[in-house]
Design a protein around this ligand. Structure first.
Ligand code: MSP
Length: 514
């Protein structure tokens, strides 16, 4: 029997399909997909869930403006999110739409469990609500400009008064604080944890969890005049995705990571664990809040006309190039910037020059001087050979550690440090001169170079999957030998492999002088 696979469940936020997907949605999908791919490479049993959040007043209002029903709007836009996921090469296992029947069943169950625990009561809500955020705010959190109140996210709020069911959030204040303390990885990155703790310490009020002034949502059990607050509905998607309320949900639950943006941390780190505690369901292990992407430092907005569609960028640079750029350039948890110059610079310097040229130069030599067949080690290994081998191989265990903390920019800078060492090795050994006077040594140098390119390509599979596949195809590596374990497997010998056609893997992009 082999080693038992560990289950690994991770999710993105589910997006509002009230418009087309933008680069922020693509960014979140790319990060989450990269984590999922690393864990599959570590041979874990991964489930990766994403989807769309289709209920709520925001969807209803947008639909009305477009003369559509909310369901028609969701049906029109959900496929655009599915298309975007395909374009970014996402390997999600499931795409959930909250209007699906399976989701209704999960929501009713969690509501009933919270209610059985005496955590739901009927009252009247009178307070502020932001439709854009689908969030309730206390007046002390708002700022006033020209007579209008704004939420901490800068969105407009309106005064709402209606009958509502409430969730006894206040009851969970101490248990939440204790959970944060005892589970230091529950909220990451560290820098965001304090803002959550402060919010909870400042005193939690019970939360309104139903609406009566519109009916676009899941009905409250035994009371058709109320629909569930859209966040109760939306958060529950994480359970629906693993077949809750069927007991088999426990095969994957608790989720390892909920990957979300920093703007929705409160819902995930305060409301969601409180609902779960009430329903007597285990809490997810980590809620990771990533930063926001800005276009040249400016927030994307329709009114500024700077909304870039992921499709446009992918067409311009290629999806692996974009995946590489975001993961390399943005430190996870921080905000990031993108613009044409920085993307082009990264693509040309790191991909086309450092990695691309190395592959091109070394493989062309094998093509020309070894009949296209990877040579074997034909001379005794010297210190240069041993050093580069051990430096590249030791990256594998470093990466396993850095994947845990989602430090992709570090992973990539460490990989590129070794690519640069391998380039130096290749230039210093001068195999083109060895060709003339020491054929055995040339063969060894070419073997060592290509074998380390193989290892690097495997480490990069989760980040630039299509290009890494191309590199591994070029080296004619078996499918079975493309796992993380094979990086350090001494039995894998690529000598005698026939190379595929040597063509540039990363074309250079023109840098515009705008
Ligand atoms: N529907 C809610 C989430 C419910 S999860 C149970 C929602 N949807 S959203 O469409 O507004 O955002 C989806 C995700 O995209 C969120 O995690 C959000 O933080 C993220 N982003 C939205 N704009 C972004 C950027 N400009 N940059 C990076 N991520 C951003 O919130």
């Amino acid at each position: 029997m082999g080693k038992e696979k560990k289950t690994f469940y991770l999710t993105t936020a589910i997006s509002y399909p009230n418009g087309e997907p933008h680069i922020g949605h693509a960014y979140e999908a790319i990060i989450t997909d990269t984590i999922a791919r690393y864990h599959r490479l570590f041979e874990n049993n991964v489930i990766f869930l994403t989807g769309t959040d289709e209920h709520g007043i925001k969807m209803l209002q947008t639909a009305k403006r477009l003369n559509l029903t909310a369901k028609q709007l969701a049906d029109k836009n959900a496929p655009l999110f599915i298309k975007m996921l395909k374009e970014v090469n996402s390997t999600h296992d499931d795409f959930i739409r909250t209007t699906e029947e399976r989701h209704k069943i999960a929501c009713i169950e969690i509501w009933n469990r919270m209610s059985q625990n005496d955590d739901i009561y009927k009252g009247k809500y009178a307070g502020w609500y932001s439709i854009r955020d689908e969030a309730y705010y206390e007046e002390k959190e708002l700022t006033k400009k020209n007579g209008q109140f704004y939420s901490p996210q800068g969105t407009e709020v309106t005064w709402v008064e209606e009958e509502s069911y409430f969730f006894r959030l206040s009851k969970y204040q101490d248990r939440l604080l204790e959970h944060y303390k005892n589970n230091p990885k529950f909220i990451l990155p560290e820098s965001r944890k304090n803002e959550v703790i402060k919010f909870v310490q400042s005193g939690l009020k019970d939360l309104s969890i139903s609406r009566t002034t519109f009916d676009w949502g899941i009905n409250v059990p035994n009371d058709d005049s109320h629909v569930m607050y859209v966040w109760v509905d939306a958060l529950t998607n994480y359970l629906t995705g693993v077949h809750f309320p069927s007991e088999t949900y426990k095969n994957y639950w608790p989720a390892n990571y909920h990957i979300i943006g920093k703007d929705i941390l409160r819902f995930h780190a305060v409301y969601w664990p409180a609902f779960l505690l009430s329903a007597n369901i285990e809490l997810p292990l980590t809620v990771f809040a990533h930063g926001f992407l800005f276009n040249r430092g400016v927030k994307m907005s329709k009114s500024l006309g700077n909304v870039v569609s992921p499709g446009e960028l992918i067409e311009k640079y290629g999806i692996d190039q974009l995946r590489y750029f975001f993961l390399r350039e943005v430190s996870m948890g921080n905000d990031g910037n993108y613009d044409d110059e920085s993307i082009s610079r990264r693509v040309n310097a790191d991909l086309a020059n450092d990695l691309g040229n190395l592959i091109q130069r070394s493989c062309s030599m094998v093509q020309k001087n070894c009949d296209g067949i990877i040579p074997s080690i034909s001379s005794e290994l010297n210190d240069d050979d041993l050093n580069i081998n051990s430096n590249v191989a030791s990256l594998a265990s470093r990466i396993e550690i850095l994947v845990e903390t989602l430090e992709f920019n570090k992973i990539l800078s460490e990989i590129w440090e070794q690519i640069s060492n391998l380039n130096k090795y290749f230039s210093d050994q001068k195999p083109w001169e060895l060709r003339k006077n020491n054929n055995e040594r040339m063969q060894t140098v070419l073997f060592i170079t290509l074998n380390n390119i193989r290892k690097i390509a495997i480490m990069l599979l989760p980040v630039i999957p299509t290009s890494s596949e191309k590199i591994l195809n070029l080296l004619n590596i078996n499918d079975a030998d493309r796992t993380f374990k094979s990086i350090t497997d001494e039995n894998i010998d690529i000598s005698d492999n026939r190379l595929g056609e040597v063509t540039p893997i990363f074309p250079k992009v023109e840098i515009s002088d705008e």
